[in-house]
Write a protein that binds this ligand. Structure first.
Ligand code: HEM
Ligand SMILES: *[C@@H]1O[C@H](CO)[C@@H](O)[C@H](O)[C@H]1NC(C)=O
Ligand SMILES: *[C@@H]1O[C@H](CO)[C@@H](O)[C@H](O)[C@H]1NC(C)=O
Length: 245
């Protein structure tokens, strides 16, 4: 009798579909691995910037996008254009470029008024990640916050490459598929205007496979040029003498 009922339980596990302990991305990946190795990202053109990204959206509607130069590979470091879009209900969301929490570049993003703030970090343990200077960001058009979402678009030098424990720089294979990790929390950061703000632990983390090879484009540099933010556009009018500029 026991044997029969546990068999029925086992059968219902399969018929009921998605086991609750798996997030949708890893479940989708597990399903797809039965067929073929396939990435979780798909091509999407962002209307605001005109950039075509490889795009992945997780189970709480946080979207992670990437565009790479045409010759990106594991041979030498390259810049990337990244885009992160999150429902405003998240206090912060993050991208781990090495696919795990520690010892790789982390991009943390949150809303700051009408703007979106990024923070370059690296976790040296399972506690608040430190500031990370080896990745530099140039904020591009397609960055801000509204009533429902915050969105960051940036050029990053040092997101796809970092030194390993021996000091050798390793570069994500831009000609292949790569595993990334995400984390998010609905708790706001302590000081939204400050890139060095402290924040508390994630509500959840997860992993996905991004198709870097398909994210490559020979339009990369023209996309960067077309979306450079004109500092004068954003300068507040200041009155000096009789001229306003
Ligand atoms: C105050 C900030 C944070 C705290 C206190 C924190 C703490 C922790 C702790 C305690 C774990 C569990 C470790 C274990 O499995 O034993 C963990 C796992 C993890 N965290 Fe964080 N975390 C923070 C921020 C971040 C950020 C910004 C990311 C970026 C994506 C991140 C990504 C991950 C991932 C992917 C895991 C799964 C295990 C691994 O990859 O090593 N965490 N974190
Ligand atoms: C708010 O921002 C999101 C993300 O950029 C966008 O999809 C949405 O259309 C915006 N909403 C409004 C009302 O502009
Ligand atoms: C920046 O300013 C120049 C003129 O000074 C203008 O032609 C260009 O369109 C502006 N760029 C953006 C992204 O607004």
């Amino acid at each position: 009798m026991k044997w029969t009922s546990s068999l029925a339980g086992l059968a219902s596990l399969f018929t009921l579909g998605k086991p609750s302990f798996l997030n949708s991305a890893s479940y989708k990946r597990a399903q797809m691995q039965l067929v073929a190795a396939q990435a979780d990202s798909t091509p999407v053109e962002d209307a605001e910037t005109g950039i075509t990204f490889q795009s992945f959206t997780n189970e709480v509607d946080v979207t992670y996008r990437l565009a790479l130069p045409a010759d990106a590979s594991a041979e030498k470091p390259y810049d990337v254009i990244l885009q992160v879009i999150s429902p405003i209900t998240n206090g912060w969301v993050a991208w781990a470029w090495g696919g795990s929490m520690t010892y790789n570049p982390l991009t943390v993003v949150w809303a700051n008024g009408n703007d979106a703030q990024y923070s370059s970090r690296q976790a040296l343990g399972y506690y608040t990640p430190a500031m990370y200077e080896d990745a530099t960001y140039t904020v591009l058009k397609g960055t801000g916050s509204n009533a429902t979402h915050f969105k960051l678009t940036a050029l990053c030098t040092g997101c796809a490459s970092w030194p390993d424990f021996d000091g050798n720089v390793m570069t994500l294979d831009g000609a292949s598929q790569v595993n990334f990790a995400y984390a998010y929390s609905t708790t706001p950061v302590d000081e939204p205007a400050n890139q060095e703000s402290t924040f508390s632990i994630h509500d959840s983390v997860g992993h996905w496979t991004h198709d870097l090879a398909a994210a490559r484009s020979d339009k990369f540099s023209s996309w960067v040029a077309a979306n450079k933010v004109n500092t004068t556009t954003y300068r507040r009018p200041v009155r000096i003498g009789r001229f306003e500029y």
